[in-house]
Structures are given as structure tokens and as C-alpha cells.
Ligand binder design. Structure first.
Ligand code: 6R9
Length: 653
């Protein structure tokens, strides 16, 4: 089988400016130090970046793979590290976050105020019988209470399981049951796209049979919508907080005390409860927050647009920034409500200097056009980040040029719910950036691109991305299912030379400089006539054509070639009348053939007006594959907008 991975040649290079490099927190010495003594490097980070109640003496225990222990004999309190110590260091008056509700209501909360709130909430939890190790489900919109709730759970050594507010009551119930949660923290509703989205009815439905492990429900008043009430079970958060003391001493817990469970979908139907613990997790997210984003907590204003329902919200809107004492923006709503410039307006208003978002958002802004962001003063921005999927070079360059004023470093950060923190990324001020490539493992992390036999493939050959040594923020398991943990992530490279290694589930290749290019999930890698092709790569070729706003590619089964490339393309508004759909698809098929090679030419290109996306912005290729293969469209319940598939299939009929 021949592989023709990445025949796209991206030659643009963006070295750091001397001015940026001069004040950057990261320097090339980080790589040298980590390489000289990897474990010593992480131990030093853990000591420098965190405050330990009891210092650790052992860095890593890997005597029972795949179960790792980091800093195991140390004790710390995660919430103390995110709150109290900043107040003790006389930074209590620093703003922890500027929160903005979608309707325009705002709250600015300092570290001193947040610490007091979290202490109060910790007392509320204790009074409800929650203690170390108990699981608490959090089902909230992006409001300040979500931050308070998560940190309060962490403060008492309990375990949070945040369930994204867009999930259904069935999904919520499945997660409550899997973790045997004792308490649910929710709200009456939240604001999204100008409307109140109710949350409490989903909780009521999830608990309706009275058979769950949940004993109490705390309800935050947010949207003032009418809700049903179950006496004895439900309690207003606001009342409970008003009655609680704001004195609470943070106790130290062992470094491996579970911090949270976060469910993520696998290849099978049942979501996996990814388990993260305390000391190692906090070390790596604090480290990456500081060095990957060049965070200067005294002067920067940082904004990560992720909802707390996703891992990015956990690691880079809560634990990473707060462990560093950063000032943040938190926003409840959608980017285009009430107007398409809302995000840029917030950046202007709060003088955001570090901005972290997803390629799908960037591409949707490209689609609307640069006129919108150009109406706002974005000159405060100095570092831009991307996460969630490969960012195609066109979107990368647009992001830097239009949002970053042509000067900001852009860091493309590869990581997963399972890795807990960033694993592969450029370092601003150090790395010469290469659009489209996530580039290099961060200091202290080792990854490689392996073939099926567990040995490294040659440069420019596609293979499987693997993490080849345990890392501090690695998942500690799948909640309640150690066999699935071993099987999913470790069995593939269990006996690899030097292994066991962690299978990330992503395809990748390294270029001649050793930079990594992510090629999408391995289940999204197609095999056409014995050639390995990446969906991401063909999408990138499509998006490089000036007519194309967004593209999704799937491999559809084909009698002669095994799989065939089928593309779904959204054409930019201005180009819509330039060509008919069939002319446009001919031009684009030819364009892909020119960009990558005839083998990659899509068999079919459908011109569509929407693509099916999950609420976290990931394109649901499974559904597009159904269309491409002429099947009945499968389960659409996790789509952000469930009508999208109807629109697509109606149009193609
Ligand atoms: C953080 C997060 C993980 C999967 C991962 C990969 C894709 C994330 C990426 C990226 C290319 C990047 N992914 N970041 N692919 N470049 N910078 O997104 O976690 O929701 O668990 O998704 O997302 O396929 O395996 P999660």
C-alpha cells in the first residue's frame, strides 16, 4: 500500500519577532532542560508552579502500567492553588474574570471575592453531605456559578463531572448513573442565541423515576424562567449560599486524589468517563497555560471561548488560568448574538491580549468576511491559540492577519480530553511558526508517529500518533472500566519496542524538520485504491480555493476503489452566483487534483448550505457518510442544530 500523505506544500514561515522573544516567558532552554532530565524537569515545574501542603519526594511511579502515579506522596489542595494563595500573595484585588452574559449583563469578580464565594460553596457542599471522593454532576450554563461550583467541589476533595448544558436529559442521566453522583448543580436556564434555554426540566426528567443515586439538586437562578420543584430534593443555590459561612480552610489531599470525570465519545455508543487527578494534572495545565500562551498574569487579559462542559473549558478556562492567577473573560453566549461582531466587541471592551478558540469558529468568521472584525479595535491581542481540530493553513493565516493584525504568534495546540493538557504546540517567542502544523511536543512530552508494528515511520509517511512516555496530566483511567482503558489506548502498542505507548487515535506525519502534521482521527483516514488519504488534507485543499468557505470530506465505500472521496462544500456568499452547483463542483474537483494529486480528486462534491456540527464544533462525518453512501441518516441528537441534516438531504434529493 502506498501512502501519499500531505502532498500539500506549505512554505510560509513566521519566525518570532525579536521584540516578542525578548519578553517571552518561554526560552529555548526549556527544551534543553526537559531533554536532559525529563522527570527532574516535571518535578521542578510541579514545585515552582504549585504550592504543596506536603512536598512530594517521588516524581513518577510507572511500576504498574498503564496506571501512572505522579508526585504520589505529595499533598495539595487544587482550589487553594487556584485561589487562596493569590490572595495571600496580595493579589486579591486582581480580577479573576470579567463575565459577560449573552443579554449584556456583566459581573467582574476579583480573586478575593472568588475565594470567598468558593469557601461559602464548599461549606454548602459539606452541609449536603458531600465529602472526599463523592461525585457531583454539574449541569450549568457558562455563568460564574459554574466556576464557583467546580472549584468548591475540588476544594473539598470531591469529584466533579461537568455535563455540557446542551446535552439531553438521557445523556445527563447516563452520566449521573455511570459515576453514581450524589448531587446535581444546575440552573433554571441559560441564554443562547437570544433565547432562554431551560436546564432544570432536563434534570427533572433525568431524575423522574426516583431511582438514581442523586440525593439533592442545587438550582442557580439565572434566566428567571418558571420551573418545577421537588421539595426535599431541590434547593436554591442562592439561598444556600446566603446562609453559608465564608470561612473554610482548604485541606491538602493526596496528589492522586481524583479531581474530575469528563465524558467523551468513543467509537462505540457508550461515552467514556475520562478520569483526571490532582497534582500531575494541575502541574501540566499550569505549565502549558504559562508557556504556550506566554501568560504574564499581571498584565494580560486572557479569553478562552470554550464552554466549561468541554475539556478545553476545564483546563484552559478554569484550572490553567486560575493556577497562574490570570485575569480572564468568560462569556455565556454565542459568537453572533445579538450581532456578528460580538466576540470582537468583547475583545475590544476588555482589551483581551491572549485569545484561544477553535478552527471551526475561525472558518465561520472567514465565511462572513473580514469587514466585521475590522470594525473593532483588536490591537490589544498579542497571542492567538487554536484547538479542537487541524487548522488549515488558510484559516491559520487569516486568523493571524485579520484577527492578529499580521503580527501575533498563532499557536496550534494538539491535545485531547484524555491528555488533560496541551501536548503538541509551538511556543510563542521561541518556535518559527508553520501554518497548518501543530509542530512539536512541548518540553517534557515525547510523541512519535508509529506504524502498525509500533516502530517509527519515516518522515513524510503517515502513521499513528502515539505518546511514548507517561505525562503528568494523563488520564488515570476510564471511570469504572479499567479493561476498556487498557484496550482502547494501550493494547495497540503494548508490546511495541520501548512500550507500552499511548495510542492517541489520530493520524499524523512528521515533515523533514520534524514538525507534526495532524491528519484527523484514524477513523477519518480513507483508503482509496490502496492509497491512504486524509480527510483533513483534502479539506485543506478545498478550503484553499477562493470560492470555498468550509468543507467536510468523508470516505464513502466504493465498489472499485474501496473507498471514494466525497466532499460537502459551503461556497462563499459572494461566489454563490458565479457558477451553478455543478460548475462549481467540477472546478473544485479539478482544484483538489491539482493540489494533491488525481488520486485525491473527490468522486462527488455536494454544494451545501450547512454542515452538521456538534455543539463543540466538530463536524459529524458519520452523518455525511450516511448521505454519501445513500443510507438513512443516523442518530442526529448530538448536533448543535438538529435540522441541518434535513436541510442537506432535502437539497440533494
Ligand atoms: C482538546 C480537544 C480531541 C481530538 C484529537 C484530535 C482533535 C484537537 C487538535 C486536533 C488537530 C489540533 N484535535 N486539537 N487535531 N490539531 N490542534 O479538542 O479535546 O474534544 O477530546 O478532542 O480533537 O483529533 O484526538 P477532545
Amino acid at each position: 500500500m502506498t501512502s501519499i500523505d500531505s502532498l500539500l506544500h506549505e512554505n510560509r514561515r513566521f519566525p518570532p519577532s525579536p521584540e516578542f522573544a525578548a519578553s517571552a516567558v518561554a526560552g529555548p532552554d526549556l527544551y534543553e532542560r526537559a531533554e536532559a532530565d525529563r522527570l527532574g524537569f516535571w518535578a521542578a515545574q510541579a514545585r515552582e508552579l504549585l504550592t504543596w501542603e506536603t512536598p512530594f519526594s517521588q516524581t513518577l511511579d510507572w511500576s504498574n502500567p498503564p496506571f501512572a502515579k505522579w508526585f504520589a506522596d505529595g499533598r495539595l489542595n487544587v482550589a487553594y492553588n487556584c485561589l487562596d494563595r493569590h490572595v495571600e500573595a496580595r493579589n486579591g484585588n486582581r480580577v479573576a474574570f470579567h463575565w459577560e452574559g449573552e443579554p449584556g449583563d456583566t459581573r467582574t469578580v476579583t480573586y478575593a471575592e472568588l475565594t470567598a464565594e468558593v469557601k461559602r460553596a464548599a461549606n454548602v457542599l459539606t452541609s449536603l453531605g458531600i465529602g472526599q471522593g463523592d461525585r457531583v454532576a454539574i449541569y450549568l450554563p457558562m455563568i460564574p456559578e459554574a466556576v464557583v461550583a467546580m472549584l468548591a467541589v475540588a476544594r473539598i476533595g470531591a469529584v466533579h463531572s461537568v455535563v455540557f448544558g446542551g446535552f439531553s436529559s438521557e445523556s445527563l442521566r447516563a452520566r449521573i448513573d455511570d459515576a453514581s453522583a450524589k448531587l446535581v448543580i444546575t440552573a433554571d436556564g441559560g441564554w443562547r442565541k437570544g433565547k432562554v434555554v431551560q436546564l432544570k426540566p432536563a434534570v427533572d426528567a433525568a431524575l423522574a423515576d426516583g431511582k438514581s443515586t442523586v440525593e439533592s439538586v442545587l438550582v442557580v437562578r439565572r434566566a428567571q424562567n418558571a420551573i418545577d420543584w421537588t421539595d426535599g430534593r431541590d434547593q436554591w443555590w442562592n439561598d444556600a449560599m446566603a446562609g453559608a459561612a465564608d470561612e473554610h480552610e482548604a485541606q491538602g489531599f493526596e496528589a492522586e486524589n481524583p479531581l474530575f470525570i469528563l465524558y467523551t465519545s468513543g467509537t462505540t455508543g457508550k461515552p467514556k468517563g475520562i478520569l483526571h487527578t490532582s497534582g500531575g494534572y494541575l502541574t501540566q495545565v499550569a505549565f502549558t497555560q504559562k508557556f504556550v500562551f506566554d501568560l504574564h498574569p499581571e498584565t494580560d487579559v486572557y479569553w478562552c471561548t470554550a464552554d466549561v462542559g468541554w475539556v478545553t473549558g476545564h483546563s484552559y478556562a478554569i484550572y490553567g488560568p486560575m493556577a497562574n492567577g490570570a485575569t480572564q473573560v468568560l462569556y455565556e453566549g454565542t459568537p453572533d448574538t445579538p450581532h456578528p461582531g460580538r466576540w470582537w466587541e468583547l475583545i475590544q471592551k476588555y482589551k483581551v491580549s491572549i485569545f484561544y478558540t477553535a478552527p471551526t469558529a475561525i472558518r465561520s468568521f472567514m465565511k462572513v468576511g473580514r469587514e466585521i472584525p475590522q470594525r473593532f479595535d483588536l490591537s490589544s491581542l498579542r497571542v492567538l491559540g487554536s484547538v479542537g481540530e487541524p487548522i488549515n493553513p488558510e484559516a491559520w493565516v487569516w486568523y493571524r492577519e485579520v484577527i492578529g493584525g499580521g503580527t501575533t504568534p498563532v499557536v496550534d495546540t494538539w491535545w485531547q480530553t484524555e491528555t488533560g493538557g496541551i501536548m503538541v504546540s509551538a511556543l510563542p517567542g521561541v518556535t518559527t511558526a508553520k501554518p497548518g502544523s501543530a509542530q512539536v511536543p512541548i518540553p517534557g512530552i515525547t510523541v512519535d508517529v508509529l506504524g502498525d508494528d509500533g516502530t517509527p515511520v519515516e518522515n513524510n509517511q503517515g502513521g499513528l500518533l502515539a505518546v511514548t512516555a507517561p505525562w503528568p496530566s494523563m488520564l488515570r483511567g476510564i471511570w469504572g472500566d479499567p479493561d476498556r482503558f487498557r484496550e482502547t489506548y494501550w493494547s495497540k502498542f503494548w508490546d511495541a519496542p520501548g512500550g507500552p505507548f499511548y495510542l492517541a487515535g489520530d493520524g499524523a506525519h512528521k515533515d523533514e524538520d520534524g514538525d507534526l502534521w495532524l491528519l484527523g482521527r484514524i477513523d477519518d483516514v480513507m483508503n482509496v485504491s490502496g492509497h491512504r488519504l486524509s480527510t483533513a488534507e483534502i479539506e485543506s485543499a478545498l478550503v484553499s480555493h477562493p470560492w470555498v468557505a468550509e468543507a467536510a470530506v468523508v470516505g464513502a465505500s466504493d465498489e472499485t476503489t474501496g473507498q471514494a472521496v466525497v466532499a460537502f462544500v459551503i461556497v462563499k456568499a459572494r461566489q454563490a452566483d458565479v457558477a451553478t452547483a455543478s460548475e462549481a463542483s467540477d472546478v473544485l474537483r479539478k482544484h483538489v487534483a491539482e493540489q494533491i494529486g488525481a488520486i485525491a480528486r473527490p468522486r462527488t462534491i455536494y454544494i451545501v448550505s450547512e454542515l452538521p456540527k456538534t455543539r463543540s464544533g466538530k463536524i459529524m462525518r458519520r452523518l455525511l457518510r450516511d448521505v454519501a453512501e445513500g443510507r438513512e441518516v443516523g442518530d442526529t441528537t448530538t448536533l448543535a442544530d438538529t435540522s441541518v441534516m434535513q436541510i442537506i438531504t432535502d437539497k440533494l434529493r
